[in-house]
Ligand binder design. Sequence first.
Ligand code: PRT
Ligand code: ZN
Length: 288
Amino acid sequence: MSSKITIAIQKKGRLFEDSKNLLTQSGINFSSSGENLLARSSNMNIDILLVRDDDIPSLVSKGVADLGIVGQNVLEEQKATNRIITAQPILELGFSNCKLAFAKPLNSRFRSLKNKRIATSYPALVKKYLKKNSIDAEVIKINGSVELTPYIGIADCICDLVSSGATLDANNLIEFKSLMKSQAVLISPVELNKIKQKNIINIIKRFEGVINAADSKYIMLNVDSSAAKKICNLLPGADSPTIIPLQKDNKVAIHALCKEPVFWETIEKLKLNGASSILVLPVEKILN
Ligand code: PRT
Ligand code: ZN
């Protein structure tokens, strides 16, 4: 059997750019063009399958692809529908964040889903939610423009993906319950292919390195040694900052890897507490 690894990603749509960037930043170069389903990496023994996101869980479950990138919403809906989908999430990728939520027209007064007609593209997840919460309601499967259904008399409310909330606002809908949060995840078959296992694990570690670095920053600053402890406590997600004495004025330099986002507010606070020459540098990869 070939030791070539196959990774399935969305061909076009909301997941494509971030999936492609993750692969590229992990050192997997490829170019996708035209209608080709298959792209061959130019520098690694890897094939990239470019498909619709809905096909990714089954391709990975069957072992046609060794790894795949898909939204948790699609994976969970398919798992709730079809027992053949055994692919499992192994790494949260931190992009395509959204939630699956119930929304109703602004002028609707009801708060409970009881006896309501719910339009959704996620019928299995909604039914599972209703069952778990012992709620009697009707689920209507709709493939697109779910947000219009309350206004054409098909449904009382909807259950759909929400990210900025602009679509709900534009359609005079208001969210009243969240079913699940979702983001893109890396999925693999339940058991990794034995021959390829070592290489697959290596790729997963590279992905982890890129994901770990995504929110991280390397901070360097100077401060009076008397304020060093206070400054270290203000650094977000910094395990163990390095403190280096400077030649003059009883000052120290502090260098730290911050594994949580460094906002402007944080930098302003550091300055207010005596830090100077503050440098915030991007981090490309972190291997733990
Ligand atoms: O062609 P293919 O089948 O591959 O793609 P697709 O059309 O099924 O999916 P695509 O590309 O639209 O979305 C892929 C994945 O992106 C989804 O499965 C989610 O995991 C994720 N994602 C993140 C979203 C959104 N955010 C999102 N906002 N998918 C869809 N939406 C839609 C939502 O359905 C609603 O219509 O955007 C609208 C709401 O957005 P806001 O910003 O107005 O709230
Ligand atoms: Zn799709």
